[in-house]
Design a protein around this ligand. Sequence first.
Ligand code: FES
Ligand code: FES
Length: 157
Amino acid sequence: MGETKLSVNGKSLRVNAPAEESLLSVLRNRLDLTGTKYGCGEGQCGACTVLMNGRATRSCLTPVSAAVGAKIVTIEGLEQDGKLSPVQEAFVEEGAFQCGYCTAGMIMSATSLLNETHDPSEEQIVAGMDGNVCRCGTYPRIVQAVRLASRLAGGRS
Ligand code: FES
Ligand code: FES
């Protein structure tokens, strides 16, 4: 157990956690950032997705020691000055969730996708979101939401 310094949602934080503890566990259990969900714990569902340096990352498979020095963003960090991010706004607008358990991970993966590809085709959206599972089957609305988010963020699709 040692002190680990993390950058989460623009804040510099210190946690006392074993180096091998998962980033997901640290976020949820030590930092009370419970928007990030535990699904499978094995890298298969995407519920635990956060951004590390802008890229979608499975926090269940990431030891906290591997997150040192990275800019971590969770679902709680997307809103800026009380305004939802374009992806959050689009998911609300399109009603792209039912139970909502997968939604934070979906939004983080979509944010990562749009960071890399500003105007993705439907095929690119489907491929980019492929690692995120929605047990409620809201995939068509999720794809619609990512398309809308691309427009809201200034893409052309
Ligand atoms: S909980 Fe991390 S991928 Fe399922
Ligand atoms: S909305 Fe229920 S798992 Fe996706």
